[in-house]
Design a protein around this ligand. Structure first.
Ligand SMILES: [Mn+2]
Length: 413
């Protein structure tokens, strides 16, 4: 059974929506008077909490696979951990699985320092993975469009049980429980609301709870540009997490340094960038698969330049072991009227299956375009260079169509 929320209103302009949503989207405070069982005067969030509770009860003692994006970020990792702990209360064993790689230095530090229980399934072994022990699939901080695992989950007929995300709607998805709230800045905020509502009482004597709260704080901060983009809900969630998190541990995670290769990619993005109409666009050429997270970091950097409101950085990510090539790109903007989701969908359109090549959330977006027939290793340097030039030009052309106001596809001013 599907209990899809009505999200049609959320596709309207986010400013309008924030205003109209504000009075209803109260965060639950710990109020002893509050009774989840009573049907009267329940807030939208209390309704969601009750529905999630019912879903977990219905699936008690099952085994679930939590699929997070191929390149997990702190918001996805921490939300998945919080869900795993909540699900354990219902005797649900949930495995956090990703099929790509954790490459951002802060994310590596986060997983190592907190012991965050995420497992990597290598792509070349995916075909041999037996998914039959899983009864359900959970998507957090995602709608299934950014993981190579999803086709396998579908092939194995594993139903989606829970989907919780704050990205704009990426297409039709059916699940027992769906909580899509693009007006919330981080999925970690949503999971924290569930914790606060009592689905799992965190306890400072429990090291796992302290570490998970720290991870959630990091996830929430990293999706809100260190709380600068945070809204009331995010601040309230962060405020609740301060009761449990370990500031020294968070500091240790944030102290991790950029690798030399990330610095090199940032350098290339600076050198290659073209600036037009306050957009900064940079192709960085070929990158190793494990350096993929250098792209968003380069975009973060380029958008800090004077008179730049939006940066797009892209490159061809090459995995030598598996001979996979993808054009991967990141968008960062501080222009309030630019919707990253709309921008990316407009720029690159859809694949033959009707899926978009990317999407976005507030102030950020990303895309992945398969290199396809042109993919694969080639020894000839001039061929490799030519291939990059073709993709570079094609992507620039598609982006400039939107950047250049003469084409009036999107009015950015
Ligand atoms: Mn997120």
């Amino acid at each position: 059974m599907s209990s899809k929320l009505d999200n049609s209103a959320e596709q309207e302009s986010s400013n309008k929506q924030l205003k109209s949503d504000r009075p209803n989207s109260k965060v639950i405070t710990e109020n002893p008077q509050r009774d989840l069982k009573s049907n009267t005067n329940r807030s939208p969030i209390e309704n969601l909490v009750q529905k999630l509770q019912q879903t977990l009860e219905k699936h008690a003692s099952e085994r679930q696979i939590i699929v997070i994006q191929d390149f997990p970020d702190p918001d996805a990792l921490s939300s998945a951990w919080a869900y795993k702990l909540i699900a354990a209360e219902y005797n649900i064993e949930a495995d956090i699985i990703y099929a790509g790689i954790i490459s951002h230095q802060e994310n590596i530090a986060l997983v190592r320092l907190t012991g965050l229980p995420a497992k990597r399934w290598e792509i070349q072994n995916l075909k041999n993975k037996d998914l039959s022990s899983y009864h359900g699939c959970v998507l957090l901080d995602s709608q299934g469009t950014n993981s190579q695992l999803i086709p396998l989950v579908k092939e194995a007929n594993i139903p989606f049980v829970v989907v919780i995300d704050h990205h704009s709607i990426q297409g039709d998805i059916q699940a027992d429980f769906i909580d899509l709230r693009p007006q919330i800045r981080a999925t970690a905020t949503i999971l924290t609301q569930y914790l606060q509502a009592g689905l799992l009482k965190f306890n400072t004597n429990n090291q796992q709870h302290v570490k998970c709260a720290t991870a959630l704080m990091h996830g929430l901060r990293s999706d809100t540009n260190q709380l600068m983009l945070a809204q009331e809900e995010d601040f309230l969630a962060a405020s609740y997490l301060t009761r449990f998190y370990d500031p020294q541990l968070l500091n240790a995670v944030l102290q991790s340094n950029r690798s030399r290769r990330v610095m090199d990619v940032i350098e290339r993005s600076l050198k290659n960038r073209i600036v037009q109409n306050n957009f900064s666009l940079a192709g960085v050429g070929y990158l190793r698969y494990e350096d993929r997270d250098a792209i968003p970091q380069a975009a973060d950097f380029l958008v800090t330049e004077e008179n730049i409101h939006t940066a797009v950085v892209y490159g061809i990510v090459h995995d030598e072991d598996q001979d996979i090539e993808l054009v991967i790109g990141s968008l960062r903007t501080n222009k309030l009227t630019l919707d990253p989701d709309e921008f990316i969908k407009q720029a690159f359109g859809q694949n033959p299956q009707g899926g978009f090549f990317g999407g976005g959330r507030y102030m950020a977006g990303g895309f992945e375009i398969p290199v396809g027939f042109l993919g694969g290793f080639n020894e000839k340097a001039d061929y490799v260079k030519l291939k990059w030039e073709v993709f570079d030009r094609q992507i620039k052309q598609k982006l400039l169509r939107l950047v250049n106001p003469d084409d009036s596809v999107i009015h950015t001013d």
